[in-house]
Write a protein that binds this ligand. Structure first.
Ligand SMILES: [Zn+2]
Length: 413
């Protein structure tokens, strides 16, 4: 008879609780209903803590809801007569998971470092309560591709998949395109009016900058803004957003923006492309551009496609903003926070014209590695407020919380 020598810790029985045990060599459950498939022809026995042997009546796989989606645990032994479900530390490590015991907490992470389970020490042992994990897992997506689609502002799956396949950003899992469109995408995205994709691309940073103003919004932002001002560098497609109370602030913001980016790059801004809006064609604005030697390209009124780059970015920003707000059922006064988040994310997403690079990478000359840090490793995960459900009673704390974690620029919004 095959034997598996097991020294099983026989802690108090609890149907839904799993003991994390370094002494047992296999995962073991007493609960037949958990198995997704069970090979009942696998018969064996295990030795438990008091030295007795108990029968193994099958082996199979079960699905476990974790903090990062549903995972399949394989080679679980079905032992009806044991009084405790056991998670084998050794078997987890063999399967590529890491287990970190620190400060009374046991964290189980997958091979990408994504936290799956976090168990607090109770009575000097670490138990995972399935019901608790499932409960908290319900507030997350159980599909990693959908989860990352939402985390990354409902960006299209094809581009996410390309970014993951080409390893353009750290920490993205394999992305599977989804057949169904999520509700926020249905509500937040327009049907495409295709702007001609101009093959032109500037040769250096700040050679050509696109700008546009969006607004007035129906709702003032938390900080009382009604507009946002957008700049897009044609070469890197990096974008900046500034929040304005009035369109008359465009000139002052442009002067500040120009000073910052010129100092940062050592380049001079050469061409500014905008529409004919009064905020861009004031005598003050034109005189300043002439003094600085900046060529002003104006588009013909009512033909937004002529201002293609900023119009496209503007639309993508607004779509992402709507998706973020819909997804979290946030009041519209949070629009500026969402625009700021969207701009942060879009700077880290590739577009066709950039090949296998992201705007951030081109603008900063380095590969983006922050996404994982921001989404996965901060313990309270404050940073992704738009990707987590918020309990109603925490809503009052939201303003303060957002202040701590807003993305991108330090602008008030
Ligand atoms: Zn979506």
């Amino acid at each position: 008879m095959a034997t598996i020598q097991e020294m099983c810790n026989t802690a108090k029985a609890n149907d839904s609780s799993w003991l994390i045990d370094s002494g047992c060599t296999n995962h073991i459950t007493t609960d037949l209903s958990l198995f997704r498939d069970l090979d009942k022809s696998y018969l064996s026995r295990v030795r438990i803590g008091n030295g007795d042997y108990v029968k193994v009546e099958g082996k199979g796989a079960i699905e476990v809801e974790t903090l990062s989606g549903t995972k399949t645990l394989k080679n679980i032994l079905y032992v009806p007569k044991i009084n405790q479900n056991l998670v084998s530390v050794g078997q987890l490590i063999e399967s590529g998971y890491s287990i970190i015991f620190n400060d009374g907490v046991c964290d189980i992470k997958d091979k990408n470092g994504v936290l799956l389970i976090s168990a607090k020490m109770m009575n000097r042992s670490f138990n995972v309560d399935c019901r608790e994990v499932c409960l908290s897992a319900n507030t997350y997506e159980n599909n990693e591709s959908v989860l990352w689609h939402k985390r990354l502002g409902h960006f299209n799956y094809a581009t996410l998949k390309r970014m993951a396949d080409l390893k353009m950003t750290h920490g993205l899992p394999d992305i599977q395109e989804q057949k169904s469109i999520c509700e926020a995408c249905q509500l937040g995205k327009q049907t495409r009016v295709v702007f001609p994709d101009n093959a032109y691309r500037a040769l250096s940073k700040l050679q050509h900058v696109h700008t546009d103003v969006c607004g007035p919004m129906h709702n003032e932002s938390l900080n009382g803004s009604k507009y946002f001002l957008l700049f897009v560098d044609d070469y890197s497609r990096y974008c900046w957003v500034y929040f304005l109370k009035s369109k008359s602030d465009v000139f002052a913001e442009f002067v500040k923006f120009k000073a910052i980016v010129e100092l940062e790059t050592g380049n001079r801004l050469k061409i500014l492309r905008s529409n004919n809006g009064g905020e861009y064609t004031s005598r003050q604005f034109e005189a300043y551009l002439a003094k600085e030697g900046i060529k002003h390209q104006l588009t013909v009124p009512y033909t937004p496609q002529q201002n293609g780059v900023s119009e496209r970015r503007n639309r993508t920003l607004m779509e992402m903003t709507r998706c973020l707000l819909y997804e979290k059922k946030m009041p519209l006064k949070f629009w500026a926070k969402a625009v700021n988040t969207a701009s942060y994310l879009l700077n880290r997403m590739t577009t066709r014209v950039l090949g296998d690079k992201t705007p951030y990478e081109i603008w900063q000359f380095q590969q983006e590695g922050e996404l994982e840090m921001i989404y996965c490793t901060s313990k309270e995960q404050l940073a992704d407020m738009f990707t987590k459900p918020l309990a109603k009673d925490r809503f009052e704390d939201l303003k303060e919380m957002i202040g701590m974690c807003s993305f991108g620029t330090k602008e008030e919004c």
